[in-house]
Design a protein around this ligand. Structure first.
Ligand SMILES: Nc1ncnc2c1ncn2[C@@H]1O[C@H](COP(=O)(O)OP(=O)(O)OP(=O)(O)O)[C@@H](O)[C@H]1O
Length: 324
């Protein structure tokens, strides 16, 4: 469906001028290789600045790579970026082009621009507004909506005039839970009924885990892992996440607690540790048995989530432990 080979983009350095500091050269994507299959919900995950938006802008023909190739449904998107809009619908992070239009008109206009006859564009507009619960605000201009409503309206427009590939850059940012659910249901329905392929950029690991078939983790422009959520979780399967919440402060005078402190990530009164199962058992015995118990407010043990994988891989990449 979508094959990416050796995709590389470097933003040039900008010289500082009159008190404005310059910026160094940034290699935003660095030899990216990806294969997205038909009907798959494929996630791109990574921290801020990892290169996710740069990558999707190259896939959608909006940004020319320095090197590498992108083929979508057989089309060479680097050579013919104008073909991208025929095969994919792109929901970027900004919506300025549609801002002056009402929700209904934004959806209808998108359909017309994608070549639908007027009657069909109106029918699809009505169906999608109904599906996403946008009827009550259909006549409002996008620029007068809340951030979450605007995002949902842009998502609705992206669905009209159906394309085989949906590229969604952080689609649910700012949305309330009802709107989020409507987005995921709409995505799922299109995949099930029409075999639509979805490429989803996200930070929201917990939300993404439930909808993704496969995930590529991007870090500093490179794909550092690519697998199913379950496959990625197996990479840290030997670990258990232990969370300890202290009442007031951690009793560091207890030597076993002091030893755990060295391995904990602290956030206020909460400590998070990733431990081998037998270490986790010993840690729990320590904090629930002896002198430390009086200082403990709560504790939980959990098997690794996609978020743990993401953090573990990100951390390892920074220490030079993961190579692809
Ligand atoms: N137009 C630009 N000019 C120069 N550098 C840029 C430009 N756009 C992005 N960058 C840099 O390229 C790197 C990748 O940015 P990009 O926006 O692709 O990351 P991202 O993973 O989408 O981040 P976020 O999650 O914050 O949206 C960052 O270091 C960023 O500062």
């Amino acid at each position: 469906m979508c094959a990416v080979r050796g995709l590389t983009k470097t933003y040039p350095a900008v010289r500082g001028r009159r008190g404005v500091p310059g910026t160094p050269e940034v290699r935003a994507t660095d030899g990216v290789e990806l294969d997205v299959r038909r009907g798959e919900i494929f996630g791109l995950l990574g921290p801020n600045g990892a290169g996710k938006s740069t990558l999707v802008r190259q896939l959608t023909g909006l940004l020319r790579p320095d090197a590498g190739s992108v083929r979508i449904l057989g089309h060479d998107i680097v050579r013919h970026p104008e073909l991208a809009s025929r095969v994919l619908a792109y929901l970027g992070q900004e919506s300025t082009a549609l801002d002056e239009l009402t929700v209904a008109l934004a959806a209808e206009t998108t359909g017309r621009l994608r070549g639908l006859p007027a009657r069909r564009a109106r029918a699809e507009r009505d169906a999608v507004l109904e599906e996403l619960g946008l009827g009550p605000i259909a006549d409002k201009p996008l620029k007068k909506l809340s951030g979450g409503q605007r995002r949902l309206a842009c998502f609705a427009a992206a669905l009209v005039g159906e394309r085989p590939l949906l590229v969604l850059d952080e689609p649910t940012t700012g949305m309330d839970p009802v709107a989020r659910r409507a987005v995921w249901a709409a995505v799922d329905r299109r995949r099930a009924e029409r075999g639509t392929t979805v490429l989803l950029v996200t930070h929201n690991v917990i939300e993404a885990e439930t909808v993704l078939d496969r995930v590529a983790v991007l870090d500093r422009g490179r794909v550092i892992a690519c697998d199913t959520p379950a496959g990625l979780k197996e990479k840290v399967a030997g670990e258990v996440r232990v969370e300890l919440v202290w009442r007031d402060r951690a009793p560091l005078e207890v030597p076993e607690v002091a030893a755990l402190h060295a391995r904990a990530v602290e956030a206020g009164r909460r400590w998070t540790l990733r431990l081998a199962p037998e270490e986790a058992r010993a840690a729990v015995a320590t904090v629930t048995g002896g002198a430390a118990f009086a200082a403990l407010d709560d504790f939980t043990l959990a098997t690794p989530s996609l978020e743990d994988v993401y953090l573990a891989l990100g951390g390892a990449a920074r220490q030079g432990l993961v190579r692809t």
